[in-house]
Design a protein around this ligand. Structure first.
Ligand SMILES: [Zn+2]
Ligand SMILES: [Zn+2]
Length: 264
């Protein structure tokens, strides 16, 4: 049986300025800007539409002083996708920039790791540095979705559907999962925050928001191992993604990940 070939898109919905020293444990010897982009990702094959992460809303953007470009759910209309078309939502983890807007998805089933719900609702959230990147409103809404029978929990690696595999990585958060998807160019790995930037995984220097450094470093190795080539790994927050991949119909904010990146 041949696997479906999914289309895969990265959709940028927000930005923020950062410095290089902000993005590596131990800082960085070079001064200079290293801005951050915020994405959601869409996978599509005949009969199946999957959204990976759900971004944040305008109120959160204002509260956290992020520059919002679009509502990430409304931005899907550029791809011809409406909120009610989405069958499954993979939540890579529950940080505020990945798990908002759950109120805008009327039909989708949400998928996350047991360990992530445990982390986001358990004793680690007694510590301000650990809960800083979570929004209690988002987490609470997801708990409500559990009670509405709209959440599926996973414990470790799992095939979501033929051609879509969940990879439990941990590291950045206790239950972070990356996604491996089969496309026309082979298996692409969407790292999400397993590696914020190409440079985190390439230089094996973790991003500073981290639950377990060893798991994050092991995760960097695994991202490459599970992809068909180094050019098949897509980091979670890197502006270079939009430079390296073809733009969807000229959009400045949508990269086509099922096509090969431009060599650098
Ligand atoms: Zn995160
Ligand atoms: Zn993030």
């Amino acid at each position: 049986m041949s696997l479906p070939k999914y289309e895969a898109y990265a959709i940028r919905y927000a930005q923020m300025p950062r410095q290089r020293a902000d993005n590596f444990i131990g800082g960085d010897p070079h001064d200079g800007p290293m801005p951050m982009d915020f994405f959601v990702w869409l996978l599509r094959a005949p009969g199946h539409i999957v959204l990976i992460d759900t971004g944040f809303n305008a109120a959160t953007a204002q509260a956290r002083n992020r520059q919002m470009l679009h509502c990430p759910i409304e931005a899907l209309s550029a791809l011809g996708v409406a909120a009610e078309d989405i069958d499954d939502v993979i939540l890579t983890h529950l940080h505020y920039d990945h798990a908002g807007n759950l109120d805008k998805l009327p039909r989708a089933r949400f998928h996350l790791q047991d360990a992530e719900m445990d982390y986001a609702t358990g004793r680690c959230m007694c510590f301000a540095p650990m809960r800083h990147a979570y929004s209690v409103d988002d987490v609470t809404l997801l708990v409500r979705r559990v009670y509405q029978d709209r959440v599926t929990f996973h414990d470790g690696d799992q095939t979501l559907a033929p051609g879509i595999e969940l990879m439990r990585i941990g590291g950045h958060t206790k239950g972070l999962q990356s996604v491996r998807v089969h496309t026309q160019r082979g298996w692409v790995v969407l790292a999400s925050d397993a590696s914020h930037y190409y440079e985190n995984m390439d230089s094996k220097r973790p991003f500073p928001i981290v639950y377990n450094v060893a798991d994050m470093l092991t995760g960097h190795v695994r991202l490459y191992a599970e992809a068909d080539s180094p050019d098949h790994v897509v980091p979670g927050h890197d502006p270079l993604v939009l430079q390296r991949y073809p733009a969807f119909k000229g959009s400045a904010d949508i990269a086509v990940l099922h096509e090969a990146p431009v060599p650098v």
